[in-house]
Design a protein around this ligand. Structure first.
Ligand code: ADP
Length: 488
């Protein structure tokens, strides 16, 4: 099976969130199953050529690509995904991608990803390589399914190429004014109220991807059902419902060569299920780093997140005063909205013994918090998959989550499971999106933490689980086959 994996983020080159982890891991797992996978990524200026061994592709040479009536000069650079033979193709167009940020609020944000989408297709043409499936990820790649079926329909190369549109977050839709139709050379016939491209008087890249792809999937089973509802569909539930039988959910996996306390190169102390003493040493190391007192009996609660409302920071802020009255400490790593960045700055200054905050993006620290914290809090309003709770399970860091999307699919509440006669609970969860519900589940966790033997059982229940990519990659293989059959 030949797969083109098109993404705007990929570890280790460019990352703002979970998509990057998926793009850096799923193609490797697919390759192990015998697939030929080529990744496509924009060549952002932040990607250093020498660090990552990028080579200019002379055979492809210059690709003139028209966006918004202007022909841009586009080039291809290539590398191999570390630890694999997966080819990574970087679409290089300095005009659009040398901006210092992956995503911008610039006026030509639509043009940046129009160029990327066309660049991917034109590269495939120059390779003369017809993928069985082009896997498109999120709104930035939403035009590709349309381009394959319409603008580039003349090219027989793609006659048997199917498209799979993977939704990592329906909250980000890529909506632009009607003038984008011209910039992207989308046929005006496709733009009409409630049509495949139009959404509330705008051009929606996400909707276009949903409308024109052969199959659609999201990154957990629960979220694939949630997005069909008005509450979670962010306005696109109607079109998703119309394509209900084509919508699937596959839980993201984890790259355990990166995220496993036994092999994690970023940890000062490694540890395992059999011997958790390294975990305590990491906690001590981490707290010292933040000038906070260490006490084995005071639970340390970690949070690593984009600081946006989706992640539940409004209900967390509402619960903070009560939470600080518990005998706990917090470590928060994140960046995002000003209101949350300043809240955590202020709280960490006022309660330096109890709250540590690092405002910014720091991969090394994210590993250390996963290892050093006792609990991990994710009170998301919605969560397509969520990776940190899955990492937490492997690190013996007990997750406390809101029961939504991938969080609901992976975290089993200790008390509820016991109630049902099982003892395989691996965390704590709450359903109501309220500060009170959040507070109550943290309080429950803090009380159970006092019983070391029970706590260890919960930790081990999580550490014993296996969310490696193999299982999910197998499911993707099945989906690719179905997409291909649909296209034939
Ligand atoms: P999302 O994709 O919605 O941001 P996920 O839980 O799926 O959420 O993935 C988030 C990924 O980004 C995780 O790997 C997490 O560790 C990482 N991450 C988020 N914020 C930061 C940060 N400030 N510093 C380092 N890593 C971060």
């Amino acid at each position: 099976m030949k797969i083109a994996f098109v993404s705007t983020e990929c570890v280790p080159y460019a990352k703002t969130g979970g998509l990057a982890d998926v793009a850096g891991a799923l193609p490797k797992a697919l390759e192990k199953m015998g697939c030929e996978v080529k990744i496509f990524l924009p060549k952002y200026s932040s990607i250093d050529e020498s660090t990552h061994g990028l080579r200019y592709n002379w055979a492809v040479g210059e690709m003139p690509i028209r966006v918004n009536g202007v022909v841009r000069s586009v080039h291809l650079e290539q590398s191999k995904l570390p630890g694999s033979n997966v080819e990574v193709n970087f679409i290089d167009c300095p005009h659009y991608f040398h901006r210092g940020r992956i995503y911008t609020n610039d006026i030509d944000e639509d043009e940046r990803f129009i160029l990327f989408s066309k660049g991917v297709i034109e590269t495939l043409q120059r390779f003369g390589w017809a993928p069985d499936v082009i896997q498109c990820n999120d709104w930035q790649t939403g035009l590709i399914p349309l381009y394959i079926k319409d603008n580039y329909n003349w090219d027989r190369l793609f006659d048997n190429t199917a498209t799979l549109f993977t939704i990592h977050n329906i909250g980000y839709q890529g909506r632009f004014s009607k003038s984008t139709l011209l910039a992207a050379e989308i046929s005006g016939d496709l733009y009409y109220p409630d049509g495949p491209v139009e959404f509330e008087d705008s051009v929606s890249f996400m909707k276009t991807g949903i409308a024109f792809s052969d199959l659609i999937n999201t990154v957990s089973n629960k979220y694939s059902h949630e997005i069909l509802t008005e509450e979670y569909g962010a306005g696109l539930h109607t079109i998703l419902r119309a394509r209900k039988e084509d919508v699937y959910g596959i839980l993201n996996g984890v790259d355990y060569t990166e995220w496993h306390p036994g092999v994690d190169r970023l940890l000062p102390f490694s540890y395992s299920k059999k011997d958790l003493s390294g975990k305590t040493k990491n906690k001590k190391f981490l707290l010292e780093h933040f000038n906070m007192p260490f006490d084995e009996n005071v639970p340390l609660i970690g949070m690593i997140s984009r600081l946006v409302q989706q992640k539940g920071f409004d209900i967390f802020a509402g619960a903070l005063e009560d939470l600080l009255n518990l005998n706990v400490q917090f470590l928060i790593l994140g960046s995002g909205e000003d209101r949350y960045e300043s809240l955590f700055r202020i709280v960490s200054q006022r309660f330096p013994q109890k709250v540590g905050a690092y405002i910014g993006f720091n991969n090394e620290l994210s590993h250390l918090i996963e290892a050093g914290a006792d609990m991990f809090l994710m009170p998301s309003r919605y969560e397509p998959c969520g990776l940190n709770q899955i990492y937490s399970l492997k690190y013996g860091t007990v997750p406390i989550v809101r029961k939504t999307g991938g969080l609901a699919d992976t975290v089993k509440d200790w008390d509820e499971e016991k109630h049902h006669g099982f003892d395989h609970g691996n965390g704590f969860s709450f359903y109501d999106y309220t500060s009170y519900a959040l507070y109550s589940s943290v309080e429950r966790a803090v009380n159970v933490f006092k019983h070391k033997d029970i706590w260890k059982k919960i930790q081990l229940n999580g550490m014993n689980l296996d969310f490696s990519w193999e299982k999910s990659a197998q499911k993707y293989m099945e989906l690719y086959k179905m997409a291909k059959e649909k296209r034939e």
